[in-house]
Design a binder for this molecule. Sequence first.
Ligand SMILES: [Zn+2]
Length: 347
Amino acid sequence: MSLVDALVLERQDKLSLREIELPMNVGPLDVKIKVHTVGICGSDVHYYTHGKIGPFVVEEPMVLGHEAAGTVVEIGTDVTNLAIGDRVCMEPGIPDANSKAARLGMYNVDPAVRFWATPPIHGCLTPHVVHPANYTFKLPDNVSFAEGAMVEPFAVGMQAATKARITPGDLAVVIGAGPIGIMVALAALGGGCSSVIVADLVDEKLAIAAQYPGVTTVNITKQSLADVVNTASGNWGADVVFECTGSPKAFETLMTLPRPGGCVVMVGLPVDPVPFDVSLASVRELRFETVFRYAHQYERAIALFASGKVDLKPLISETFAFKDSIAAFDRAVEMRPTDGKLQIVME
Ligand SMILES: [Zn+2]
């Protein structure tokens, strides 16, 4: 164990920037990374304001942060895929490689997965982290650290687009124009959708989404989403609908949006169970998919950034220094509608 600086969530509503003991020994298959940029995620903020997410409860001090990029400064004796000096981003969830889920390729749903900043596992808002080389991915020269730290949330969008099984030319709807909704829309476009209709209640959020070619926006306080979808599809419906709000309200009309045989991907997580219209879904033979984080998405996400097909830089609203981490989190708590992603730079 080593005494290192970190942003520590002591308990609900209490953050401190202080020293904490973290394991820093580099195993044969590990790399040590000097962390450069860490994005603030809705889940980090939720642990700060609520002290828990579902069954995960903060019971002792925990380092926050799981969206990170940095530079390799040390490699384990058996590591062959990375070298000192490589710029990398890290996948924060480490499964048991021998678990049944991992052997099935669904390592994200391994019950034993250890995920940064999910109690009791410490996160990465600290100057150095030790991480398995297999879950550390090299960034091409044209992908910045800021973009590298966006790979983690974008991987959720990639997982959603993959689960949707998009066919080239598909029309998609994304409900919710927060950072995840926009990233889902961009992954859907990257996956072959011809256009994506993004719906929200807040004009400022929609304005961020509207910057992207292929995205049409709908403010559902002013316009009927169903009308827009019907007009765009000749009254047939959307091929894919991504629900990215978790709002029970969204479920009231959700089943009216997909075409017969279309797909609904649930990305947002309602806090409580929500009713939905099974009959309406059945008469259209809708297909439902769920998403829990992601598996095998990092390399493809990085490739889309490097190719220029996906540019997430417009989503990064402000960058804070590590010493101002608490202010950064308090800003995130404000949930300003004009804020996309807030990031912290460690050096
Ligand atoms: Zn995240």
